[in-house]
Write a protein that binds this ligand. Structure first.
Ligand SMILES: Cc1ncc(COP(=O)(O)O)c(C=O)c1O
Length: 383
């Protein structure tokens, strides 16, 4: 290519191609809502909840206003509050620990596995001990399916059971992935997800859902999402939120769910191609035994000593965007630095924060563009 010609910019996410693929089906779904005007609790909400339950095998699906609300609502339903400790990985999006802190409970940050970016069971055990040493009562753990890969749920469940904790999965990035053949959404007490537009399954605004097999919890969550409403609409029996998913978003998600499996397969093809093209120049993400990914992000690690800003600038100059998820782990951020970390510190999270960088990945990234990304990464590292 003539080096003076500007290469066509590559989108980091591509909602436009998906929009074009869905075409009239989305327009018609939105038009139906516009004609019945049941913008809150319209029929699409129940249809979506049933479709999501069938998709992931959960007994109950409670849709809600965001992934953050999904986490918060479960913690509220379980009366988590001051004096309680909730164990969370530090290398995650801030909402994981934020939901805990909003209840008045203490997030206790634990380290992650260097190969998978997901919670490290050994650090989880140390975090539980740290919480007890601080006089806190460990009540729950929030494993995150980071970047789309399911966490290693079996060892986490074993520790949680031995220590009397409940497990609340944060599948904001991993909904659609599988663990040992089973879809995320049927592990632990409950699983929360986000339908933020750029998530693997996203709507046209904010949205989220909670998955659980627990009948009583599902009832409490349905009350919490409408201000803690009881059987008498005007007798609120607990504190709650305006936590509902809009009908319009449900209508959009019903259509998007129909192509979700196909999109997951396409994302996996991109990830396989990236791995083949980049394996010998960077540390490519690895799937752990029994885990699959929906590739919310494709996050590589740069070689020791590489200049991450320079690398990002070299790719940007060729029209290829990158993102750093996460330049600071939660325990390194101003709002969270006073909360405890597991004994021994969180060296892996801190190291990852310095060397990770995410490349464009989505279901509509064609092979020529994938080759361009691979070539640019290799070129930037050999320069
Ligand atoms: C791991 C994780 N947890 C929770 C959330 C919160 O989801 P929402 O933005 O829908 O509140 C996100 C969103 O980015 C996330 O990535």
């Amino acid at each position: 290519m003539n080096q003076h010609m500007r290469a066509e910019p590559v989108p980091f996410y591509d909602l436009i191609s998906q929009r074009q693929r869905l075409g009239a089906s989305i327009d018609e779904a939105i038009a139906r809502v516009m004609s019945h005007c049941l913008f809150i609790n319209g029929p699409e909400v129940a249809v979506l909840e049933k479709a999501l339950a069938e998709f992931c095998g959960a007994r109950h699906v409670v849709s809600c206003a965001s992934g953050t609300d999904a986490l918060l609502m479960v913690l509220m339903a379980k009366d988590v509050g001051p004096g309680d400790a909730v164990l969370c990985p530090s290398f995650t999006f801030c909402a994981t620990g934020e939901a805990v802190a909003l209840t008045g409970a203490t997030p206790v940050f634990v380290d992650v596995n260097e190969a998978t970016f997901n919670i490290d069971p050994a650090s989880l055990k140390r975090g539980i001990a740290t919480a007890r040493q601080r006089g806190l009562k460990p009540v729950a753990v929030i494993p995150v399916d980071l970047f789309g890969q399911s966490a290693d749920h079996d060892p986490i469940a074993a520790i949680a059971e031995a220590e009397g904790l409940f497990v609340l999965g944060d599948a904001a990035q991993g909904f659609g992935a599988r663990y040992k053949g089973r879809r995320i959404g049927s592990f632990g007490l409950a699983t929360a997800t986000s339908f933020f537009p750029t998530k693997p399954l996203g709507c046209f605004g904010d949205g989220g859902a909670i998955f659980t097999d627990d009948d009583e919890l599902a009832d409490t969550l349905r009350s919490i999402r409408v201000h803690g409403q009881g059987s008498d609409k005007y007798d609120n029996v607990r504190l709650g939120l305006t936590g509902r998913l809009d009908t319009m978003q449900a209508a959009v998600l019903i259509e998007k769910l129909k192509i979700f499996d196909d999109e997951i397969a396409a994302r996996n093809r991109v990830a396989e191609r990236y791995a083949r093209g980049l394996d010998n120049v960077v540390t490519v993400p690895r799937l752990a035994e029994g885990c699959s990914s929906v590739w919310a992000q494709y996050t590589i690690r740069l070689p020791e000593g590489a200049d991450r800003d320079g690398f990002a600038a070299a790719l940007k100059a060729q029209g290829i965007p990158t993102m750093v998820y996460y330049a600071k782990s939660m325990h390194q951020q101003t709002a969270y630095e006073a909360f405890p970390v597991a004994e021994g510190g969180l060296p892996v999270s801190e190291k990852l924060s310095t060397d990770v960088i995410s490349l464009p990945i989505h279901a509509y990234l064609d092979e020529a563009t994938q080759a361009r990304v691979i070539e640019a990464v290799r070129g930037a590292l050999s320069a």
